[in-house]
Design a protein around this ligand. Sequence first.
Ligand SMILES: Nc1nc2c(ncn2[C@@H]2O[C@H](COP(=O)(O)OP(=O)(O)OP(=O)(O)O)[C@@H](O)[C@H]2O)c(=O)[nH]1
Ligand SMILES: [Mg+2]
Length: 269
Amino acid sequence: MDKISITICGDGGCGKSSITLRLVHSQWIHEYDPTIEDSYSVTRNVDGLPYFLSITDTAGQEEYRGLWTASTLKSDAFLLVYDITNPSSLETLDYFMDMINMEAEQRVEDNERLRKELGPQAARAQIGMPPPVKILAGNKCDLKDDRAVTSRDGLEYARKHGCGFMETSAREMVNIEETFSHLVRRVVEARRVHCQQDTPRPPQCTEPAHTTALPRTSVDATVDGRTRSRVWRFIKRRKTTEPYEQVQEQNAMARTEKQTRKHCLCCFR
Ligand SMILES: Nc1nc2c(ncn2[C@@H]2O[C@H](COP(=O)(O)OP(=O)(O)OP(=O)(O)O)[C@@H](O)[C@H]2O)c(=O)[nH]1
Ligand SMILES: [Mg+2]
């Protein structure tokens, strides 16, 4: 069974433990008990395959925030949570994002060094780690009257930082399973792309082979090769000369608004 490590991070009180407990124990706890660090494991089937999820629920309170262990930073994926009723919880994510982006750069460097060290053998081995997957979750979306961060702002933030995006409610159990399934698919895809990078490509291959394996149901704000190629096809079809970024934004926003109208609980899939 494939193992996937996930770190959940974000400001104190945004609902990280509540999301985790919903997923792991189907449990809802109304009281707020700040976390220092807790670990959980759970198995889930995604697209017919079982995965062992090893989850680290981290501290959001400022005094404990820096206490991440090295293994926490080596996670396959990060779920970055904010509270839609508290705009500063979205700003707090900059701190975690910087840390994760530094880790991503470190992985690129480590992979490059390993590739050099292994020389020709590198072509036959899977080397190092793929970049960490990042998913942004706007939690407490059940508190509609207290909403202070719009879905559009959440999506914008996700897009800017190369994350997938969901709005969740641990209390009402909205998009909890979906968020983790989305995360698993993104990790599987990242591993696949990472493997392909280590394998010499056939000369006729001009477009990334992974474009067809896109999870059709997700709105990915990420600007990786996969999304790009989909948008480029869109541009070609419309025979438009609008810049790539502009078309991508229009495309994502149109879908977001359509989904928002359809489901008041804002599931961007
Ligand atoms: N209405 C509503 N309340 C929520 C939701 N998720 C969490 N809460 C409440 O928000 C408070 C904080 O939730 P926690 O899950 O403990 O927050 P946390 O992010 O783990 O906080 P730290 O461990 O300090 O980082 C609790 O009182 C929860 O009941 C949600 O989806 N909707
Ligand atoms: Mg907690």
